[in-house]
Ligand binder design. Structure first.
Ligand SMILES: Cc1cc2nc3c(=O)[nH]c(=O)nc-3n(C[C@H](O)[C@H](O)[C@H](O)COP(=O)(O)OP(=O)(O)OC[C@H]3O[C@@H](n4cnc5c(N)ncnc54)[C@H](O)[C@@H]3O)c2cc1C
Ligand code: SF4
Length: 463
């Protein structure tokens, strides 16, 4: 049979329509479309795709079940390695992971592994999710701090092994960045809730509005629990520290997106969180966070939503799919541009942004070409809202309140990447709090590694 050279396209809301709502953009595959796409997979004997998957999903295994229309079995295979497939199918940077290595990709478009993962997860949710059997109760108790992808993964895995697990979450909703950062139009909150419910169905207890480091310290948790896992993410926003940055109308991406996503500011006044609906919005940065903020601004009614990025299009760190969607929606990209100061009006509200042009030099330690300012090239852009999306650091509260926990120079907790062990006995850590801002699947991978070693530590007592 001749192989289709392109992925089966996924139907989605047209750009002109979708910028007026917060509904999910792509619709997902139908059964027929999924089978057609699955038939493109070569079921390789040595599946290169799996080597690109941080949680080692048996990719040809689940895809071949789709070919046979055995969707329930496909879901079982997926869930052996990934308890959040509907999330990963939507937000993983597949082009940098599994799909980058897909053998088909050498000649044609790679197999649409992410779309197929999403299809299987959604199919299973519609038909009724199967809860796997738990191991015999071990009598051991583990506290998990933070309910993002790292915390949910470690909790799910440990519960399956028969341990008693309690998640402590500072916010009033579980899910971490998945609920407060990534917008509804990319990851519907009902889907996150569904996957949180799955983890709960495994027996995990979730306690909300509980700030570890304030409500109780890690040392206090260690009195009640045999081990503690810290997965508190990277929620501390960075600013550029340039003149005028404290003018009104300048947000961190964290605050902007949290107001809109978690606090439902887009439904104001039905929900009582306000957010500035700027006319001319500039988003500083080029990652997923920046794309999300720029696309959110459009949906809130901005006339102009601009990405201001100091490198070029090729260097944008965001997922390609989201860059293309932002472009289709009319987000303006200003490359090789860096803000150097903000100018406010008489009321202290930002009205202009002074920028400088950049050029690209030799690659730096990140492997990307270093941006260099062009002297004398300053120019101004009129704005009334600015969203700073240049990065985040790990949350500092736990490192500050836990004696004996070694911390790196960026405030990250130091943990062994092969075990998740920190410098404090009985305390493990993983996800963005260890690596700095990274990805959902890497946070999940760290949760998986930690779960294995927590189990081993609880069985042997050896640190
Ligand atoms: C806007 C945005 C878009 C993104 N888009 C993508 C994407 O498309 N693809 C991708 O792979 N990655 C994306 N990422 C990155 C990804 O979401 C993170 O790497 C991932 O969520 C990290 O998971 P985590 O479990 O380490 O932490 P988090 O998801 O940050 O979860 C940490 C949790 O811990 C809680 N917490 C913090 N301190 C305490 C405390 N003291 N006590 C109790 N609870 C506490 C927090 O409230 C939070 O719920 C995006 C990030 C952002 C901000
Ligand atoms: S590498 Fe591509 S074609 Fe081969 S098994 Fe993986 S998804 Fe299928």
């Amino acid at each position: 049979m001749k192989i289709r050279d392109k992925k089966v396209p996924m139907r989605e809301q047209p750009p002109a329509e979708r910028i007026k709502n917060f509904n999910e953009v792509p619709f997902g595959y139908t059964e027929e479309e999924a089978v057609l796409e699955a038939e493109r997979c070569l079921s390789c004997k040595k599946p290169a795709c799996v080597s690109g998957c941080p949680v080692e999903i048996d990719i040809p295994g689940f895809i071949s079940k789709i070919k046979e229309r055995k969707f329930r079995e496909a879901a079982r295979i997926l869930k052996e390695k990934n308890c959040l497939p509907a999330i990963c199918g939507r937000v993983c940077p597949q082009e940098e992971q599994c799909e980058k290595f897909c053998v088909l990709g050498k000649k044609f478009e790679p197999c649409a592994i992410g779309r197929l993962e999403r299809f299987v997860a959604d199919w299973e949710a519609e038909q009724g999710i199967e809860i796997p059997e738990k191991g015999k109760p071990t009598g051991k108790r583990i506290a998990v701090v933070g309910s993002g992808p790292a915390g949910l993964t470690v909790a799910g895995d440990l519960a399956k092994m028969g341990h008693e697990v309690v998640i402590f979450e500072a916010l009033h909703k579980p899910g971490g960045v998945l609920v407060y950062g990534i917008p509804e139009f990319r990851l519907p909150k009902a889907i996150v809730q569904r996957e949180v419910d799955f983890v709960k169905a495994l027996g995990v207890k979730v306690i909300l509005n509980f700030v570890v480091g304030k409500t109780k310290t890690v040392d206090e948790l260690l009195l009640d629990f045999d081990a503690v896992f810290i997965g508190t993410g990277a929620g501390l926003p960075w600013f550029m520290n340039i003149p005028g940055e404290n003018a009104s109308g300048i947000y961190s991406a964290n605050e902007y997106l949290t107001r809109v996503n978690l606090m439902k500011a887009y439904l104001f006044p039905e929900y009582d969180t306000p957010v500035v609906k700027g006319r001319r919005v500039a988003v500083i940065g080029g990652g997923n966070v920046a794309m999300d903020a720029a696309r959110t601004a459009l949906r809130l009614g901005a006339e102009k939503s601009m990405i201001i990025y100091r490198r070029g299009r090729e260097e944008l760190p965001a997922r390609m799919e989201e860059i293309v969607r932002a472009e289709e929606e009319g987000v303006e990209f200003h490359f090789l541009t860096l803000p150097v100061r903000y100018i406010a009006d008489g009321d202290g509200w930002v009205k202009e942004m002074e920028c400088i042009r950049m050029t690209l030099g030799e690659p730096d330690s990140s492997g990307r070409r270093r941006p260099i300012p062009c002297p004398g090239s300053e120019f101004r852009i009129p704005v009334d809202t600015v969203v700073c999306a240049i990065g985040q650091s790990p949350n500092p509260l736990i490192p500050q309140t836990t004696p004996g926990l070694a911390v790196g120079k960026h405030g990250n907790i130091i943990a062994d990447e092969k075990t998740g062990k920190t410098t404090k006995k009985g305390v493990f850590a993983g996800g963005d709090i260890v690596t700095g801002a990274a990805t959902v699947i890497l946070a999940m991978g760290a949760g998986r590694v930690a779960a294995r070693h927590i189990d081993e530590y609880l069985k042997t007592g050896i640190w």
